[in-house]
Design a protein around this ligand. Sequence first.
Ligand code: SAH
Length: 408
Amino acid sequence: MPNLAEPPTPTESRLPALYLKPHEERRLLAGHLWVFSNEINVAVSPLAGYSPGELVQLRSSRDRFLGYAYINPRTLISARLLSRDPAWPPGLPLLRRRIETALALRERLYREPFYRLVFGESDLLPGLVVDRYGEVLVVQLGTAGMEALKELILEALVQVIAPRAVQWRNDSPIRELEGLPLYVETAFGEVPDNVVIPEGGVRFRVPLASGQKTGWYFDQAANRALFSHHARGARVLDVFSYAGSFGLQAARAGAREVTCVDASAAALEAATATATANGLALETRKGDAFQALEALHAEGRRFDAIVLDPPAFIKRRKDHPKGLAAYRRLNQLALQLIDHDGLLMSCSCSWHLAPGELTDAVQRASRHLGRFVQLIAVGAQAPDHPVHPAVDETRYLRAFLFRVTDAC
Ligand code: SAH
């Protein structure tokens, strides 16, 4: 069990209060962590009185203490809850305790230290993401509140994990909404250019600094295992492959041939380097996935198992109609490349795309092409990305494995 620090004495009274309107505490009491700007009693606690990232104590309209939060008066989500316990205000002891609790889950789940160590709201650290590559940590601070706690977060990570190096990967565009600058910087130690990630019997070589996101998509690990399991003997097409994680694990599991498609030359170079180092055969195609799928069709190529793992086509609600159309088109292009009795794993990391909308997109496309699809497995985000049941936004990854046959 983690060694928890003694709780500090309450500082509740020292932090400025943020008052909610009547009844607006209900979502928080049900477990959610967010306060929207229209829920705040601005007559009593005007938003202009707070600076981005400042710590506050949240209070109901009846002056009940609800918890400690950080605030950003510029954003639609005005405050995010950090602690509900008056004896645990935000500070080093709380951060250490949260990180120790997060670590205990990952240590229970994983034999090797390669995982998402902290997944924001789901680990009660809203706005903070930490990925662990052995002794190297890559940290994303997504909000002004987390940015303000930066030095304490680093100290807590160093105390709990004792890493060799820590990198700030603060270049996500969501930071702009928070009024934060974008930067990538070494926080501590010497961050290596590359890391080696063992997964599915393959040792993946991934560039850290130039890699995407924090370098690896840990959330898809369970789905990669599911896909590989079904790929023995198959001609595999890995679309939106990044560093070839689906395709090369399938190759290791006995796929007959593997083709990776991605728009990023660096991602495909990493995939090729991994293939060579692991003695696996790989064909890569650089380019837009939609065009590549059309070209493969025109060439008469056929596959037995295709995985589609696109970037989020629906980042904001208003993108929904266009994004849904893109998911439909993509799945249709993939289905027409699949031979009789093949497999399609269709994924989406758009929270705004309901699971039923993705299965429906595949079903419609299959009807259009005169194929028949059966859903044989439903995948989910890996358990190092736990879902907070009160915060549905944390349940964002959809993965469906379909069997595809010719309709008759
Ligand atoms: N399947 C990967 C993660 C994919 S992330 C894994 O499990 O590790 C999405 C990938 O899509 C990125 O590598 C990005 O370079 C690529 N990408 C984004 N838009 C694209 C497009 N239009 N065509 C092809 N690839 C694209």
